[in-house]
Design a protein around this ligand. Structure first.
Ligand code: UD1
Length: 347
């Protein structure tokens, strides 16, 4: 059966994409994930929801020989979705070389493996971070990219460039870079969601951990931004919507609908939501009053960013259908499930 190889298949977006791919059932799903920031339990969760077990190779995507063995064991691979990467902005400032090594080496390796093994279709996880701090909103794919504010951001910016240069050099591989805005939420079953091994940096896992008493308090980073309530504005998008976009993007390439061999698409909802609005949405759906304070700005945060995703609609027939309440309700359901299963494990 035609097979899709996803790197980071046990991670947040990778695991949700595996579920949606299995639900569609057209392609077999295999994964490369060394659990650097993911748990092997994700494989059980995927199975509990999708009814199928994903084969995961717990190898490093930077390990050329090990990756080649996977390609050789699966001659039916028709596409690669490359999620695996380090993604903490702050950590990337402290450990730039680790970020550059890991994110570039794995990307180059996967591209080379595609070319060497006749795999024509490649999807890359990029980020709206490539646009930097931009005044003209919403951002379209024509919005110029700006110098990255962090090594993490630079790995996305330069990562896109690496793909672009590679695609110019070969007619054997086609690629799409998907620029995610802020993916949040969990599978609607509440059985799979974001479960970072390392401490959460992102807003929604922080909110759900504070609400369940695992962390004492949320600090809202800055209340004096020039926005409607003084807090930063982001374009939150449900992880299931993001996952479905990957399936559409892969189909688009497989069906030869691409207009060039390298394309980039924004994946956002188009709605700007402030930090306080996100907190309110969470409080409404959960019925939990969140303990938070307004603190200092976080270095490197942009004031506001949201997407024009009409190109993804036009090309992939994709729209982000799930709103902020659904994102928060699913994230909360997932956190409650996680708390319960962790408590049972400890008992
Ligand atoms: C950034 C990147 C995004 C990337 C992600 C990876 C931008 C615009 N976005 O997202 O592309 O995928 O990092 O980690 O560069 N906040 C608080 N308190 C907290 C945590 C967050 O107030 O404890 C606020 C932040 O200031 C921000 C919003 O919540 O305004 C979202 O923050 P976060 O979830 O960390 O994502 P971004 O920094 O937007």
């Amino acid at each position: 059966m035609p097979t899709v190889l996803i790197t980071g298949g046990c991670g947040y977006i990778g695991s949700h994409t595996a579920i949606e791919l299995m639900k569609v059932g057209k392609l077999d799903v295999i994964s490369i994930d060394n659990h650097h920031n993911s748990s092997p339990e994700a494989i059980d969760r995927i199975e509990a929801i999708a009814g199928k077990r994903m084969k995961n190779y717990a190898i490093d995507a930077c390990d050329r020989a090990a990756v080649q063995e996977v390609f050789e064991a699966h001659p039916d691979i028709v596409g690669v979705i490359h999620f695996a990467a380090y993604k903490a902005v702050g950590e990337s400032v402290e450990k730039p070389l680790e970020y550059y090594h890991n994110n570039f080496e794995s990307l180059v390796n996967m591209l080379a493996a595609c070319e060497a093994n006749g795999v024509e279709n490649f999807i890359f996880s990029s980020s709206c971070t490539v646009y930097g701090d931009i005044d003209k909103l919403p951002v379209t794919e024509e919005t110029p990219t700006t110098e990255a504010a962090s090594p993490y951001g630079n790995t996305k910016l330069v990562g896109e460039r690496i793909i672009q240069d590679f695609i110019k050099s070969t007619d054997k591989v086609k690629a799409i870079a998907l620029r995610y805005f802020n993916p949040v939420g969990a599978d609607e079953s509440g059985l799979n969601g974001e479960d970072p091994i390392n401490a959460p940096n992102n807003l929604v896992p922080f909110i759900t951990r504070v609400a369940s008493g695992l962390l004492p308090q949320l600090t809202v980073f800055g209340g004096d931004y020039p926005t409607r309530d003084g807090t930063c504005i982001r374009d939150y998008i449900h992880v299931t919507d993001i996952s479905i976009a990957h399936i559409n993007a892969l189909d688009y390439l497989l069906d030869g609908k691409n207009s060039s061999n390298y394309e980039r698409l924004n994946l956002g909802s188009g709605n700007g939501v402030s930090v306080l609005e996100a907190i309110n949405a969470f409080e409404e759906v959960s019925g939990v009053k969140l303990n938070y304070v307004i603190g200092d700005r976080r270095p490197g945060d942009v004031t506001q960013i949201y997407s024009d995703s009409s190109l993804a609609k036009e090309k992939l027939g994709w729209v982000a259908g799930r709103g902020i309440s659904e994102m928060m309700a699913s994230a909360w359901k997932w956190q409650l499930n996680l708390n319960e299963s962790r408590a049972a494990q400890e008992a």
